[in-house]
Design a binder for this molecule. Structure first.
Ligand SMILES: [Zn+2]
Length: 301
C-alpha cells in the first residue's frame, strides 16, 4: 500500500478502520445543480463545489486521490476545459487527496498557508493515533493566503476567507457572493457530529465562532454546501450552531463541576442531539470524549 493510501481522510477514518478502503472502493459521483453555473459533487470524501463559465472551471476540494477519475468524468460533462483553480478548504485527505492529479492537469491549487504547511510535513492526528506522512510536493498548494483572497471569474465574486482554529488551523470558507452560495469546508458536517482535529489546531470554540461568522454573512436564501452531507441552508447551519453550543456548554459545565470524562460520558450530555446528529461518523460517546479532550487542551494552553 502506498503512502498515499495511508493519507486517508478524517471523516471516514473510523469506518475505514473497521472496513479497510482500497482504491477499488471508488464511489460514483452524484451531481446536484445548486445554480445554473454552480454544482455540488458528492461521492467519497468532502463535497466538491464546481463553478463553470467562460473564464474556466474553478472547484472547491477534490475528495480522495482514488476519486480523481470519477470526479474528472463528472467535470467533463460540464465543461471541456480543464480545472483552472482548485481551492482546498483544509489539508485532510478527503478534501485534498485529488490535489496531485488535478495539479498535473494544470490546476492552480490555492489554500490557507497552514494547509501547505501541513501537507508538506509529516502529521500525527492524535485523537485517532493516525500518522499522515507529508504529501508529495506536486500535491502542495502553490498559492497561499493568510486572511482571505477573492477571485473574479465567470461573473462571480468568490471570497475565500480563513476561519481560525475550527476543524483545523487552515480552514477556509468559500463564499460565492453573486450566487449567494457558501461552501463551508469540513467544519460544518450536516447532521453528523463533526470531528475537531485539535492536533491540527482545531477547537470547539473556534468551530462555534466560524459558524457565527458565516451566519452573519448570509440570508434566508443562501444555499450552503457543507463539508459533508446534503445541500442545506441558513436554518441547517443554525441547527448546527445550536447543537455545538448546547453540547459544548453541557460538557464544559460538567467539567467545571469536577466530573471526569467517564462520568461525563455516562451522563449523556448530548442526549438531546443524538437522534439527529449521532448516527453517523462519530457516535455520541466518541463526540463527548472529543469535546472533553478539546476543552482540556484549551485549558492547558
Ligand atoms: Zn477534515
Amino acid at each position: 500500500m502506498t503512502s498515499t493510501f495511508f493519507r486517508l481522510c478524517i471523516p471516514l477514518l473510523v469506518a475505514m478502520w473497521l472496513t479497510p478502503v482500497f482504491a477499488a472502493d471508488v464511489v460514483p459521483i452524484e451531481t446536484v445543480a445548486v445554480t445554473s453555473k454552480l454544482s455540488m459533487l458528492s461521492g467519497r470524501g468532502g463535497n466538491v463545489a464546481v463553478l463553470n463559465g467562460d473564464d474556466g472551471v474553478i472547484i472547491v476540494d477534490a475528495q480522495y486521490a482514488s476519486q480523481y477519475e470519477v470526479i474528472a468524468q463528472a467535470l467533463a460533462q460540464m465543461s471541456a476545459e480543464p480545472v483552472k483553480f482548485l481551492l482546498n478548504t483544509h489539508w485532510h485527505d478527503d478534501h485534498s487527496g485529488g490535489n496531485e492529479r488535478m495539479q498535473s492537469t494544470g490546476a492552480v491549487i490555492v489554500a490557507h498557508e497552514n494547509v501547505r504547511k501541513r501537507l508538506s510535513t509529516d502529521q500525527f492526528i492524535e485523537f485517532f493515533k493516525a500518522e499522515r506522512p507529508a504529501a508529495p510536493t506536486t500535491a502542495w498548494p502553490v498559492v497561499t493566503f493568510q486572511k482571505d483572497v477573492t477571485f473574479h471569474l465567470n461573473g462571480e465574486e468568490i471570497h475565500v476567507f480563513h476561519v481560525r482554529n475550527a476543524h483545523t488551523d487552515g480552514d477556509a470558507v468559500v463564499h460565492f457572493k453573486n450566487a449567494n452560495v457558501v461552501h463551508t469546508g469540513y467544519f460544518f458536517f450536516h447532521r453528523r457530529y463533526p470531528f475537531i482535529d485539535s492536533s491540527s489546531g482545531g477547537s470547539i470554540t473556534g468551530m462555534i465562532a466560524a459558524v457565527e461568522n458565516i451566519l452573519a454573512r448570509i440570508d434566508g436564501d443562501t444555499k450552503i454546501i457543507p463539508g459533508h452531507g446534503a445541500l442545506t441552508d441558513k436554518r441547517g447551519l443554525e441547527a448546527y450552531l445550536a447543537m455545538l453550543t448546547g453540547a459544548h456548554n453541557a460538557i464544559a459545565t460538567m467539567m467545571v463541576a469536577g466530573n471526569n470524562v467517564e462520568q461525563i460520558v455516562a451522563a449523556q450530555p448530548t442526549a438531546a442531539y443524538d437522534a439527529v446528529w449521532g448516527n453517523s461518523f462519530l457516535n455520541p460517546e466518541t463526540f463527548v470524549r472529543l469535546i472533553v479532550d478539546n476543552i482540556t487542551r484549551a485549558t492547558l494552553e
